[in-house]
Design a protein around this ligand. Structure first.
Ligand code: DAT
Ligand code: MG
Length: 151
């Protein structure tokens, strides 16, 4: 299998609303492998680093205030096609446009409180994993169900 890794984070609204298990379950039952997970309160400076691509946007400041307003569940998930398919599980940025069955479609209503982040491509996945996790925080154990997921 062509394994790749993506960075997924449940934002403070998702954590406060008690949606951690609901969201983690969707990645877990699909067959993706959990490689790292931690609950952290990012500083505003850290939030600005995470969202640096959006610094010219009018909502940038509010977005960074929001991300640093409480605990975030930061994760790394691994699997074949996990970057693109993770975005599919998450749904469109604006929950009004997310399909039912997606995380944002099922669990969120407005773009400013869309509960989850997922890397949008291989480069950002690499950068975001490096920003949020130290190499020693990434699990290297073999998961035995992998041979049943991939054959
Ligand atoms: P995504 O999180 O789907 O990758 P993005 O990278 O374009 O979307 O934007 C990052 C976050 O910024 C997004 O999850 C919510 C917020 N955001 C995006 N567009 C917005 C807007 N028009 N108004 C308010 N917040 C917005
Ligand atoms: Mg994005």
């Amino acid at each position: 299998a062509e394994m790749e890794r993506t960075f997924i984070a449940i934002k403070p609204d998702g954590v406060q609303r008690g949606l951690i298990s609901e969201i983690v379950a969707r990645f877990e039952r699909k067959g993706f492998k959990l490689v790292a997970i931690k609950l952290v309160v990012p500083s505003k400076d850290f939030a600005q680093k995470h969202y640096h691509d959006l610094k010219e946007r009018p909502f940038f400041n509010g977005l960074c205030d929001f991300l640093s307003s409480g605990p975030v569940l930061a994760m790394v998930w691994e699997g074949e096609g996990v970057i693109k398919y993770g975005r599919k599980l998450i749904g469109a940025t604006d929950p009004q446009k997310s399909e039912p069955g997606t995380i944002r479609g099922d669990l969120a209503v407005v773009v400013g409180r869309n509960i989850i982040h997922g890397s949008d491509g291989p480069e950002t996945a690499k950068d975001e994993i490096k920003l949020w996790f130290k190499p020693e925080e990434l699990n290297t154990c073999t998961i035995n169900s992998e041979k049943w997921v991939y054959g």
